[in-house]
Design a protein around this ligand. Structure first.
Ligand code: ADP
Length: 442
């Protein structure tokens, strides 16, 4: 009986090898090989290595094939992360976690061929420690992938939802069946379903990828366009900056020169000029966050200090809103870039002021909610219509006649770069609350 199950299992491994070779060839010859296809290609390749190693190991009974198969298995978490992140965050050039994940996956993958030459490494690969390390790598990637896919699915239109559903189902099957393989070493009595799972998840993933080829091509084009657009915007912002500082300087000098004429009209016009220059300047500052990869100079900072400084700045900026600040007395420090965090707070205060009008009240509160330092901004404005809640963080989404729709998108980028979270909810009876959660201590 055992022999029969083994032979079925090895046949499944062979089927997985064959279909993944076909998928890889299809990707090579029938697609534009943009990033989605490239990562899918490498997923197929890793699956081939993994299953070929197991199949050959079964027939030749040579241990070296087992080590060969682990090269493929080892690379799957990073590739899966890469593939899914290009789908759920097409606007992002690359994720911060990509490099560390490839390094860790690469280390696990490469430890297995090295086991042929080094007794210490061999002990590591043969013991359950390798599997535990792999599970530790796979578990966060898996959770992130599920949450990312579900969240992206909620925001998506029908076609995209369908596309993401294939990936979600394939991921769930792949990980679930893969884990049944990994726990064998712990002698847990569950059937090893890895190869069966590979056949099923590869097929589902391939159907999803090839069925939605047009969508993936559009996605890749959008990505390229966004990159070109962001380069162009960065160039324009750079070009505008110098003349703008000259105009600013000249306005200051002019204001000085015209002082003696004591003409109220002069001051009024100069006031408009200064205000508008400041507005342009703010647009440039926001664009800088939007177009360049965010460069952070992180250090241990007190969030309370940043809140106080920002509130002072907002008051001097004549933002028309009453602010009430409630700072926690025992707030841990956070590892953050103070000026970027200030920019986020300023964006939220500015939005609240614009949403509430002159009667506006904004409560700013800091608190420690382990492991987060939480900063909440609760206003008494009209709140955000439920159907827009999922869209307000998208670049260029605005409901204001003169809005640019980049403030919240930038704020989210900055908070993401701190491994934090930004959340929003409507308040009762009215108002909106934005909360920033930053990891305490960094
Ligand atoms: P902009 O301010 O240029 O519109 P943002 O990205 O800052 O761009 O905001 C996007 C949208 O989110 C706003 O147009 C508005 O509809 C909504 N919004 C943001 N903050 C609030 C708030 N405190 N209350 C109500 N709506 C808000």
């Amino acid at each position: 009986m055992k022999q029969f199950i083994l032979s079925i299992d090895s046949s499944l491994a062979l089927i997985a090898v064959l279909i993944n070779i076909v998928f890889a060839l299809l990707v090579l010859f029938r697609t534009s090989m943009t990033i989605v296809y490239r990562t899918f290609f490498f997923i197929c390749l890793s699956t081939v290595i993994w299953n070929l190693g197991d199949f050959m190991g079964y027939y030749t009974a040579k241990r070296s094939w087992f080590y060969f198969s682990l090269i493929g298995t080892g690379m799957i978490p990073a590739l899966m992360f890469h593939f899914i992140s290009t789908l759920v965050r097409p606007e992002q050039k690359s994720s911060f976690w990509l490099v560390p994940l490839y390094v860790l996956s690469g280390l696990l993958a490469m430890s297995s061929p090295l086991a042929l030459f080094d007794a210490g490494i061999q002990k590591f690969v043969e013991s359950f420690v390798w599997n535990v390390c792999y599970l530790f790598l796979l578990a966060p990637v898996f959770l992130w992938a599920i949450v990312g896919l579900v969240k992206a699915g909620q925001k998506a239109g029908d076609e995209e939802k369908n596309r993401l559903r294939y990936v979600l189902i394939a991921t769930l099957i792949g990980v679930f069946t893969g884990v049944t393989d990994l726990v064998q070493v712990l002698k847990i009595p569950v059937p090893s379903l890895g190869h069966l799972g590979t056949v099923v998840y590869s097929a589902i993933l391939a159907i999803g990828v090839f069925k939605h080829r047009t969508a993936y091509d559009i996605l890749a084009q959008t990505r390229l366009k966004l990159e070109a657009l962001s380069d162009m915007a960065a160039g324009i912002a750079h070009e505008i900056r110098n003349p703008l500082s000259s105009i600013k300087g000249a306005t200051r000098l002019l204001s000085h020169e015209l002082k003696n004429f004591d003409n109220p009209k002069h001051q009024e016009y100069l006031g408009i000029m200064t205000e508008e220059i400041e507005r342009l300047n703010n647009i440039l500052i926001n664009f800088q966050y939007f177009t360049k990869p965010i460069r952070m100079e992180k250090e241990l900072i007190s969030v309370n200090d940043v809140v106080q400084k920002t509130v002072k700045l907002a008051e001097s900026d004549t933002l028309d809103i009453g602010m009430r600040v409630d700072l926690s007395g025992d707030l841990p420090l956070v590892q953050a870039d103070a000026s970027s965090i200030k920019q986020v707070f300023l964006n939220l205060i500015k939005n609240a002021a614009e949403a509430c009008g002159p009667e506006g009240e904004l409560a700013i509160k800091t608190e420690y909610s382990c492991p987060w330092v939480k900063i909440s901004f609760s206003d008494n404005g009209p709140g955000i219509p439920a159907e827009l809640l999922n869209h307000i963080f998208e670049p260029f989404f605005t409901t204001k006649a003169t809005g640019m729709g980049v403030g919240l998108a930038i704020s989210r980028r900055i908070v993401d770069a701190h491994n934090g979270r930004i959340e929003v909810r409507n308040l009762l009876p009215k108002g909106a609350e934005f909360s920033i959660l930053l990891p305490a201590g960094g």
